[in-house]
Design a binder for this molecule. Structure first.
Ligand code: SAH
Length: 390
């Protein structure tokens, strides 16, 4: 067996259950393991720390798959794991669509599987998990008998692991434009060319949270992508809804979704840069009962954190200025590096500059199919706030 021995003086992170082992925590590698292969990890005192996959080229040199010395890492291991993931989601009430596997939070580091009813989208973002792709695909076939499996590995982070970016069918080819159901509504999803895995399942519980505040309201949504929040608003009884996205494709898809749900007399979408539109409309004196903001991640690197903070402040400040007194702001942030406390501080500072008072309605995170593991910072990334703007 190939072995990795840890240094004596390392942080407690690994002992406390975190699955990552950084290159600078490794004292010695025994047996010359192939990159991507399975290794056993030992603490400096010789105790077994776990079993995982190694990539000597990556700064995160090992990611643990198990701490059970008896566990064999083979095809059955992955099938059992995926069964457990599905069992957990079902227990939480997910039936059709869910993030079936959320990487580290499911003890399957760097593996993402989104389930869209009978269709599955996979990402394998590290060399060691990419190796097991055939086993994972086979497990999905055995457990779900799916209508289609698609690989969305067009993700730059793969290059850090020496992997190519790629997207392709992992089952017999099928029509990758599908329709999913969510909260009683229908949405077109483009598994092949949509953003990320095609659809943002992490907001599915948050979309329900706007149910009461949009009744009879004039609603503005910005960063709408395929219009999910806006179509929910129309469905929940908004008087009018306008959605903005910079992508013409997203806007076309969003308008198609409005028609699909027979809500196109209430909601429509336009292509615009939200930064410009919010600024211009607030100075023109336009006002809405509800403004919803769901921008993309503003930075993936700590070096650009100030730019991200400025971006959040700008759109939230502009958004608040557009809200009638007693209206509501619905605002999200998916930037991992902008943690919860920082996000709330930004909103607070925007409110002060806008001379508005906020009364919090709800503050939550991503939906429960994206589990948050305490002590594993990266697993909590989504911030979602609804506040009355007085
Ligand atoms: N609310 C959506 C997800 C939004 S993803 C959902 O629940 O599905 C973020 C979106 O912001 C993307 O569709 C992207 O095209 C859009 N976007 C990025 N920069 C923008 C800008 N400056 N103005 C408007 N939209 C922008």
């Amino acid at each position: 067996m190939k072995k990795v021995h840890l240094k004596r003086k390392i942080a407690n992170r690994i002992a406390n259950g975190h699955p990552w082992i950084f290159a600078n925590e490794v004292e010695k590698i025994e047996g010359d393991p192939d990159p991507g292969s399975i290794v056993d990890i030992f603490f400096a005192d010789g105790k077994f720390a776990g079993r995982g996959y190694i990539n000597q080229q990556s700064q995160i040199m090992v990611r643990l798959l198990t701490r059970d010395k008896k566990a064999l890492i083979d095809d059955t291991f992955f099938e059992n794991k995926i069964r457990q993931c599905w069992q957990y989601r079902r227990q939480l009430g997910y039936t059709e669509n869910c993030r079936l596997v959320f990487g580290e939070a499911d003890d399957l580091p760097q593996l993402i599987i989104d389930k869209f009813n009978d269709y599955f989208v996979i990402q394998t973002l590290a060399l060691g998990i990419d190796f097991w792709k055939p086993a994972i695909v086979n497990a999905l076939k055995v457990i779900f008998n799916p209508k289609g499996i698609y690989e969305r590995n067009d993700v730059p982070v793969r290059e850090l692991e020496g992997l190519l970016q790629q997207k392709e069918f992992l089952s017999a080819p099928f029509d990758t434009n599908i329709i999913i159901n969510e909260n009683g509504l229908k949405f077109h999803v483009d598994l092949k060319n949509g953003q990320k895995t095609g659809y943002f399942l992490d907001q599915q519980d948050n979309r329900k949270a706007i149910c009461n505040i949009v009744k009879g309201a004039d609603v503005l949504g910005a960063f709408t992508y395929t219009g999910t929040f806006e179509i929910h608003a129309a469905h929940y009884g908004a008087k009018s809804v306008l959605g903005l996205d910079i992508s013409e494709n997203a806007v076309a898809q969003a308008n198609k979704n409005a028609v699909l749900n027979k809500l196109d007399h209430i909601v429509h979408f336009e292509a615009a840069n939200a930064f410009d539109a919010l600024k211009q409309w607030s100075s023109e004196g336009k006002r809405y009962d509800v403004v919803m903001l769901d921008p993309p991640s503003f930075t993936k690197s700590r070096a650009n954190i100030d730019k991200a903070i400025a971006g959040y402040k700008e759109i939230n400040l502009r958004g608040m200025k557009l809200i009638k007194p007693g209206g509501f702001l619905v605002t999200s942030s998916c930037t991992n590096l902008v943690h919860s406390e920082m996000f709330l501080q930004i909103i607070d500072s925007a409110a002060k500059d806008a001379r508005r008072k906020l009364r919090q309605v709800t503050y939550q995170s991503q939906s429960a199919d994206h589990p948050i593991i305490w002590g594993m910072e990266n697993t909590q990334y989504l911030k979602f706030l609804i506040a009355e703007v007085i």
